[in-house]
Design a protein around this ligand. Structure first.
Ligand code: ZN
Length: 111
């Protein structure tokens, strides 16, 4: 009886050293930011945050923090959320060209 419990504890200790075994399917946290506390949640691969920036762009410092803290517990999709390009900018091809030329230029912007 006791030996079976001991073997479970040993297994738990071993598992605890391999956090990548655990992937979050969903969770919700209260994130105490500098400008207030926000509810941040993950459902599947979809993040949600109450803050203004998330509602505008689909990504914010709170989500990015959780992606760092819980990186080993997140699927690749949940770990690397892309900021949504605002609707106005995505309609013009100019914006995409601008982004590309900035990346390809290889220049370092003056301070
Ligand atoms: Zn946020």
């Amino acid at each position: 009886m006791y030996s079976s419990l001991i073997s479970k504890i040993e297994k738990a200790k071993r598992y605890a050293e391999e956090p990548e075994r655990i992937s979050f399917r969903s969770f919700e946290v209260a994130f105490r930011g500098e400008n207030g506390t926000h509810a941040v949640s993950l459902k599947g691969d979809d993040w949600n945050c109450e803050c203004e920036h998330f509602h505008t762009t689909g990504l914010c410092a709170h989500v990015m923090t959780l992606q760092r803290v819980f990186a080993s517990h997140l699927t690749d999709n949940a770990r690397f959320t892309q900021e949504h390009v605002p609707a106005e900018a995505s309609r013009t091809t100019e914006y995409a060209g601008f982004q590309r030329s900035r990346c390809d230029s290889g220049r370092v912007a003056p301070p």
